[in-house]
Design a binder for this molecule. Structure first.
Ligand code: B4P
Length: 192
């Protein structure tokens, strides 16, 4: 049974590594960004509102995000573990996740922080923009997302460091190498 979080600035490889690591560990990967992108295709006021936040590079408000995560974590495929990618990003989300886990008598095994410097991240995301045309991958919005990471999500990282379940992994290098680093780092926290 494995419960793992992957945290990192935009472009650090969270989504890329989440897919590989979850496959290796045999647990479901849950990306709040992917769920939002799938959900905002509709025309309802909620979809339009959520898309506005994402296109601006702002966080979707905690209330909507938290409810979505609670619903997803109540599904049967995560009973034996999960990998959360991109959640929590605010200290209020940390508190909420603590509540969800406490309600299920569960705890996190490890939190992996992927690191890379801001200029590398901007270059990666501008590269992705050319391939996928994601609406939040333009330079001004990328820099705003990075600012939010530094202002709000670094406090989340610090919280897990104090709890002694944080491991930092260098996200620079070829994707396979980063995957091996994450697996190795996780093993010192009893991951298989
Ligand atoms: P996300 O989908 O999480 O977007 P992201 O932070 O850019 O991460 P992503 O997973 O796409 O990118 P990755 O680091 O894998 O969130 C999007 C939006 O959703 C947020 O801005 C927000 O509005 C909303 N949202 C999501 N979660 C939320 C929450 N909890 N609370 C509130 N709002 C929330 O990087 C991928 C790129 O890097 C790819 O191009 C990849 O090819 C490249 N890459 C990866 N590894 C590499 C390597 N080793 N070398 C070179 N390139 C690499």
């Amino acid at each position: 049974m494995t419960r793992i979080l992957i945290i990192g600035p935009p472009g650090s490889g969270k989504g890329t590594q989440a897919e590989r690591i979850s496959e290796r560990l045999g647990v479901a990967a849950i990306s709040t960004g992917d769920i939002f992108r799938a959900n905002v295709k509709g025309e309802t006021p909620l979809c339009v509102e959520t898309k506005k936040y994402m296109d601006a590079g702002d966080f979707v408000p905690d209330r909507a995000t938290n409810k979505m995560v609670r619903d997803r974590l109540s599904e049967s495929d995560v009973e034996d573990g999960f990998l959360l990618d991109g959640y929590p990003r605010t200290t209020a989300q940390v508190d909420y996740l603590d509540e969800i886990l406490a309600d299920g008598n569960q705890r996190l095994d490890v939190v992996v922080q992927l690191t890379a410097d801001d200029e590398e991240l901007v270059a990666r995301l501008l590269g992705r923009a050319k391939e996928t045309g994601r609406s939040d991958d333009n330079e001004a919005v990328i820099r705003h997302r990075l600012d939010l990471y530094h202002e709000q999500t670094e406090a989340v990282v610090a919280t897990y460091a104090v709890r002694g379940i944080l491991t930092r992994v260098d996200g620079i290098g070829i994707v396979d190498e980063v995957t091996e680093r994450v697996i190795l780092a996780g093993q010192s926290f009893c991951l298989p």
